[in-house]
Design a protein around this ligand. Structure first.
Ligand SMILES: [Zn+2]
Length: 449
């Protein structure tokens, strides 16, 4: 996953995109691919181990890495709030606003000056933590393949995207606040719908290629695409092969993954090249079965709709909280009111808190869809892959091993942070879900009955 978080924070409403724009999955390749040989007829190969197992050394590493990520999530939220409070109470945002006002009376021109200054300050202040989490930690655990210059190149690109989108969104936000001081939370929420939809639509064309190269999988793995098409035809489903892409993730990481993204014409399945390199063909088919599940079951628009529902609540509660804070803290930072652009850090503090506390709800929705995609993958692979259960267990096992997935996340962390069910649960399900062996109907592919 790319590090969108801070950009999205700065863009207020786009935070919803982080949950809704893509379903990143994490499945992948495997050195032990082929351990479970093809089986025929009723004589199944030995049941795969229904547990996530790592070597002692790998397990210790996975636990240490996961804990660092959890701590960074909570610390990152606090740091973000701290930086915005500093920019507010230190009078820095007010100073940027004064410079912008001196330059022009026009609000858009003021945004053109204020937003880049503000984002540059916030980004520089958060650079140490960004660098630690994005570069130091990834190298320490042997996951990153990216050099220092390339990392800073990506960091610069992210800042550029943040500024370009930020000017536009901040200008719209304050226009709405000026027009409707009492109902801006609702009108801005309404405005956010086409904006976020537009973002999801153009992201695969405009944003993603700034970081990675995408090649139609047909060009690099024609045999695999042929098998995918066969699998889809078998299930009576159409996923055009030109919608399946390979991404050169190996330019930055050793981790394995795949995801679906985009909407309408830009809707697509993306598989990391690291995944393709480390997996056997049956495991890859299970991964693609999972991803096409997101595609066929329309998970992106569904998650978008649910996330927008959460966003409406966030904006309303945020409106109440922001008004309170504007009356108490605002004057200390030289903020003249809600429509004053210098209130941006205060608005971002409120938004950060709202998004933080809504994470369990948004992630629970995501976990539900990820489980559905797992189920879909098994159902669609049945009859195509000799032993879908074994292949799915193997692909998840490899994913956990390569990505250092936590073997034993505590229940609070799962509740708060997990966008997917824990790997142990996914593997147990992968090994035990075989309605075809029990004479039961398939739930997500009823047409095959
Ligand atoms: Zn998924």
């Amino acid at each position: 996953m790319k590090r969108f978080a801070w950009i999205l924070l700065c863009l207020c409403f786009l935070l919803m995109v982080a949950g809704g724009a893509r379903s990143a999955c994490g499945q992948a390749s495997g050195p032990q691919a082929g351990q479970f040989g093809p089986s025929t007829g009723k004589a199944q190969s030995p049941p795969p181990p229904a547990t996530y197992s790592l070597t002692q050394e790998r397990r210790a590493k996975a636990i240490a890495y996961s804990r660092s990520l959890y701590i960074l999530y909570f610390v990152g939220t606090l740091v973000s709030i701290g930086i915005n409070l500093f920019l507010l109470l230190g009078g820095i945002a007010a100073r940027f606003r004064d410079w912008a006002r001196r330059a022009s009376q026009r609000h858009f021109v003021q945004c053109l000056i204020f937003v880049p200054l503000f984002l540059a300050a916030a980004t520089l202040l958060s650079l140490p933590l960004e660098f630690y989490s994005g570069y130091v930690l990834e190298h320490r655990f042997g996951l990153s393949t990216q050099g220092l210059v390339a990392w800073f190149g990506d960091w610069g690109i992210s800042l550029g995207i943040g500024v370009a989108l930020g000017v536009f969104v901040v200008w719209i936000f304050y226009w709405v606040v000026r027009r409707s001081p009492r109902r801006w939370w609702f009108y801005f929420w309404l405005t956010s719908i086409p904006l976020v939809l537009g973002y999801i639509l153009i992201e695969p064309y405009v944003i993603d290629p700034l970081y990675y190269r995408f090649t139609p999988l047909e060009q690099t793995q024609p045999a695999l695409v042929g098998r995918i098409e066969g699998m889809m035809n078998h299930a009576g489903i159409k996923v055009p092969p030109e919608r399946i892409f390979e991404m050169n993730a190996s330019s930055r990481t050793k981790a394995v993954d795949a995801y679906v993204t985009g909407l309408g014409a830009s809707k697509r399945v993306v598989v990391w090249d690291t995944t393709l390199k480390t997996m056997g063909p049956d495991e890859l088919l299970l991964i693609l079965g999972h991803e096409t599940g997101h595609y066929v079951l329309h998970h992106i628009p569904k998650e978008f709709a649910l996330d927008e529902g959460v966003a409406l609540l966030i904006f309303f509660l945020g409106f109440i909280a922001a008004n309170r804070l504007l009356g108490t803290v605002g004057p200390r930072g030289g903020v003249e009111g809600a429509s004053d652009i210098a209130s941006l850090p205060l608005m971002l503090v409120v938004l950060t808190l709202m998004v933080f506390f809504s994470a369990p709800l948004v992630n629970a929705i995501s976990r539900h869809y990820e489980h559905q995609a797992d189920q879909f993958g098994l159902e669609v692979a049945y009859g195509v892959v000799p032993n879908p259960n074994a292949a799915e267990v193997e692909s998840l096992q490899i994913l956990g091993n390569e990505d250092l997935a936590d073997p034993d996340p505590n229940p609070f962390i799962q509740f708060w942070l997990y966008t997917h069910p824990p790997l142990e649960d996914r593997i147990r399900f992968a090994a035990s879900y075989h309605p075809w062996a029990e004479g039961k109907p398939l739930e997500l592919l009823p047409s095959r009955q």
